[in-house]
Write a protein that binds this ligand. Structure first.
Ligand code: SF4
Length: 342
């Protein structure tokens, strides 16, 4: 049976849109997708004309679609932005080295300057070596914390006004679920923000906040965009994986669940007295943090001291580990001193 595009263009519908279940033709789907990203940008005043925006580029579908849509909207809607690509090389052999080749292709295709920063240069560690030290559990904690700060470092280096990330609606709905399941009210408060900013830090924006992951894949397919789709060799992050599976199950029954969860997160309010972490800057490295020292400094300290689990878990545990190391050091020094007495 011939189904016509719901937008009334007279063409044959070739997809059922995941977000709305509307039958659409290719061109109307692309137009609707771009119009919605443009609406998110304008409605939330994400960018100021004349500013420089770093697009966090991994070579994956989200950042590739973000770079492409930002380029065409910037030109078509006269945003007046200077766009640059910023990539982080975590040092994951067989994964990031390959995906960076895709980013370089994006750089050439979209004619945007590209800056690549590596964990090796910034922290003296690659993820390959971190995983060798910590094992396959908690490795994503190191990777996520270092990546977040590496983007801030890159943005400062490039002197950009803001960082645009490719977080999509599914990512945000998963994060809302995870924060509820963990009881992490601090993160729950801000995880649906389309724009985040801390004291002295470069703002981050999520222009794809309301874009469904399935539609991002469709968009890339119809636009014939080149992206890297291999999963990280150190994945999966087990906890997010559970939230993702749960969300996909719900989506099968009720496609609007993704947007519904985001809206629920946006409407949440907290009773007075619930502590909200104050985002400031780390006294050691000077980058954004809501604790002293920042998590990246604590994790790095642990790696460099041969105590890779130092920053994992509660602060009290960290203090106990440091105290134990101090005790062993004093004992060794005493033993050495006694030996020298003879
Ligand atoms: Fe990093 Fe984990 Fe993502 Fe791999 S899966 S890139 S280790 S955060």
């Amino acid at each position: 049976m011939l189904v016509l595009c719901k937008r009334g263009c007279g063409k044959k519908a070739i997809i059922k849109r995941p977000k709305t279940a509307d039958p659409l033709c290719r061109d109307c789907f692309l137009a609707a997708f771009e119009a919605e990203v443009h609406h998110t940008i304008k409605e939330n005043a994400l960018f100021t004309p004349g500013s420089t925006v770093a697009i966090a580029a991994s070579g994956g579908k989200d950042s590739t679609v973000l770079a492409y849509v930002m380029k065409i909207l910037n030109e078509r809607e006269n945003y007046g932005l200077k766009l640059v690509l910023l990539s982080i090389d975590e040092g994951i052999t067989g994964y990031r080295d390959d995906s960076l080749e895709t980013v370089k292709q994006n750089r050439d295709d979209y004619e945007m300057p590209l800056k690549i920063l590596s964990y090796e240069d910034l922290y003296g560690w690659t993820m390959d070596r971190i995983v060798a030290a910590i094992g396959r559990s908690n490795n994503c904690t190191f990777c996520g914390v270092f990546r977040r700060q590496a983007l801030d470092r890159g943005a400062k280096l490039l002197e950009v006004d803001c960082i645009a990330t490719g977080h999509n609606a599914d990512d945000i709905a998963e994060t809302v679920l995870m924060n509820i399941l963990r009881g992490d009210t601090a993160r729950l408060r801000r995880c649906t923000d389309v724009r985040t900013i801390g004291e002295d830090s470069i703002p981050r924006v999520k222009p794809l906040k309301y874009a469904y992951e399935k539609e991002i894949v469709m968009y890339a397919h119809f636009r014939k965009l080149i992206y890297f789709s291999t999963e990280c060799v150190f994945a999966p992050n087990a906890y997010r994986g559970h939230a993702r599976t749960f969300l996909k199950d719900l989506e099968r029954v009720r496609p609007s669940v993704i947007i519904d969860i985001i809206h629920s997160g946006e409407q949440l309010s907290f009773r007075e007295g619930v502590k909200a972490p104050k985002r400031g800057t780390c006294e050691r490295c000077g980058f954004v943090s809501s604790q002293q020292p920042c998590k990246a400094c604590v994790l790095l300290e642990g790696l460099n001291k041969g105590l890779p689990r130092l920053g994992i878990g509660k602060k009290s545990k960290r203090d106990r580990m440091l105290a134990e190391q101090e005790r062993q050091l004093v004992a060794r020094m005493k033993a050495h001193a006694v030996k020298n007495d003879f």
